[in-house]
Design a protein around this ligand. Structure first.
Ligand code: SF4
Length: 83
């Protein structure tokens, strides 16, 4: 059976555990050649944590989920705080 995914949830309805599980599965399924090395991934996330555009895992400058963007080698910060 295909898992249903709600695309129109309010934050108060959001299943945090399901989000984290989906996030981890997505990152782990990314081919290693496309995945950001762990040290660089952590450096990127540290920059996001210090950034005023971060809101509940989302970059308010571009709307991305920062952990997904940071996990991709091709991911870029719209304000060039990391690349
Ligand atoms: S991607 Fe860039 S602008 Fe967005 S939260 Fe991270 S550091 Fe800030």
């Amino acid at each position: 059976m295909t898992e249903r995914r709600c695309r129109r949830c309010l934050l108060e309805e959001y299943d945090q555990e399901a989000y984290l599980r989906t996030l981890k599965e997505h990152i782990e399924s990314t081919p290693p050649r496309e995945r950001t090395p762990e040290a660089e991934y952590r450096r990127r996330l540290a920059a996001c944590k210090d950034c005023g555009y971060l809101e509940a895992g989302t970059c308010l400058a571009c709307g991305c989920y920062v952990e997904l963007r940071a996990a991709s080698r091709r991911g870029r910060c719209p304000y060039k705080k990391w690349k």
